[in-house]
Design a protein around this ligand. Structure first.
Ligand SMILES: Cc1cc2nc3c(=O)[nH]c(=O)nc-3n(C[C@H](O)[C@H](O)[C@H](O)COP(=O)(O)OP(=O)(O)OC[C@H]3O[C@@H](n4cnc5c(N)ncnc54)[C@H](O)[C@@H]3O)c2cc1C
Length: 349
């Protein structure tokens, strides 16, 4: 019989996905949901292990799951670092003795999962989006920029499965606390000392995987407008104003991010990291709003997991209007976003 371990972690001080530096990340709570479902599906036992700052208290909040709860905390394990995280995850896995290990595909766990699986003589698969099967585990994942969907099963154990964020409903914490087994571990010798963190401030960080909405900027923002002029500074202010008011994540078309290298006007807060599409990202926000973007297939393919799709374009014949968006506003995005920003920020009315 399979036994399942959900490996979760608390947020580091650099992590924006949790409210403060020591609560369970949203992606970890999604892994808890997946663990519960898989355990029920396979009639398997469930253990949930938390590592990081405040791990014992956070594991205690999962009492209502009925799972065995493990925690490993301590100063050395509060910030992400390969040596300490890998040692902690290994200790938790050895204590749980699980055949299946589910973990969020966070940067913290993506870095250590292969190493920990190797130490345990196991196998790891990443980008898992769903599970099926009642006898054996069948894990679904995408390959080749989400073009090919595969169902994977393996005999190797322990089998580590890293779950893509946004694919499961996060576990809702229920009042009450559970009994937590605290695992003590002496921190391994490290060559890396975390001296501090230098990261873009919350306002400057425009890629927000946990945001409810994706806002996409297309090349039209830096094209000549009706008055024959380019208004890229105004475009930048409007886009940042919208992001500030809504906390949306910022995506871009390839044409817009490519412009810098072509010597054309650029929006300084955009990079190739923002690009959505065939050669960019495929995010999973509940809603998306595209602005000044033509909606060509290589771009729209990156929207396949976006729930509600809307677009603002001047072109009534653009790709969005040909069935790729749920709602298309044929309008000037400068005017629309300016009006929306003023409605969102009463001070600017
Ligand atoms: C192999 C390959 C891979 C590719 N991969 C990607 C990818 O990953 N992601 C990607 O995005 N593209 C990708 N592309 C490029 C893609 O085909 C398009 O060229 C690109 O998406 C076009 O970007 P755009 O719509 O922003 O620009 P444009 O095509 O220039 O469209 C600008 C739009 O803005 C509108 N507009 C202008 N001013 C306003 C205004 N004031 N208000 C409202 N609308 C306005 C115009 O009407 C126009 O529709 C790829 C292409 C190839 C060949």
């Amino acid at each position: 019989m399979e036994s399942i371990l959900v490996l979760a972690h608390t947020a580091t001080s650099n992590d924006s996905s949790a409210g403060n530096g020591a609560t369970l990340t949203k992606a970890s709570l999604e892994a808890v949901t997946a663990g519960q479902q898989l355990a029920a599906q396979l009639s398997a036992t469930l253990t949930i292990a938390v590592l990081g700052a405040n791990a014992a208290a956070e594991a205690g909040t999962l009492g209502a799951t009925g799972a065995r709860l493990l925690a490993l905390s301590g100063e050395a394990f509060s910030e992400a670092r390969y040596a300490t995280d890998a040692a902690a995850a290994e200790a938790l896995c050895r204590t749980a003795q699980a055949s299946i290990v589910l973990a969020p595909f966070s940067s913290r766990f993506a870095r250590i999962a292969a190493g920990v699986a190797h130490r345990l003589g196991g196998f790891v698969d990443t980008h898992i989006t769903a599970f099926s099967g009642t006898e054996a585990i069948e894990a679904t994942r995408w390959f080749y920029r989400q073009r090919v969907e595969a169902v994977v099963s393996r005999d190797a154990r322990p089998w580590f499965l890293l779950l893509d964020a946004g694919t499961q409903k996060p576990y809702s914490l229920v009042q009450g606390s559970g009994t937590v087994e605290e695992i003590a571990l002496e921190a391994p010798a490290t060559r890396t000392t975390v001296a501090g963190l230098r990261a873009p401030s919350q306002g400057a960080q425009t890629i927000r995987p946990d945001a409810k909405m994706l806002f996409v900027a297309g090349a039209g923002w830096t094209k000549k407008q009706a008055d024959g002029q380019i208004h890229s500074a105004e475009a930048g202010d409007l886009i940042l104003g919208f992001l500030h008011a809504t906390n949306a994540s910022l995506g871009s078309s390839k044409s817009l991010t490519d412009q810098g290298s072509d010597g054309l006007p650029v929006l300084p807060f955009l990079s190739h990291m923002n690009q959505i599409g065939q050669t960019g990202a495929t995010p999973r926000h509940a809603r998306g709003l595209s602005t000044c973007c033509h909606g060509e297939e290589p771009h729209v393919v990156g929207w396949r997991f976006i729930g509600d799709r809307r677009a603002i374009s001047l072109d009534p014949n653009c790709g969005w209007t040909r069935g790729k968006a749920d709602v298309v506003y044929i309008a000037d995005a400068f005017q629309v976003i300016s009006k929306v920003n003023s409605l969102l920020d009463p001070a600017k009315k």
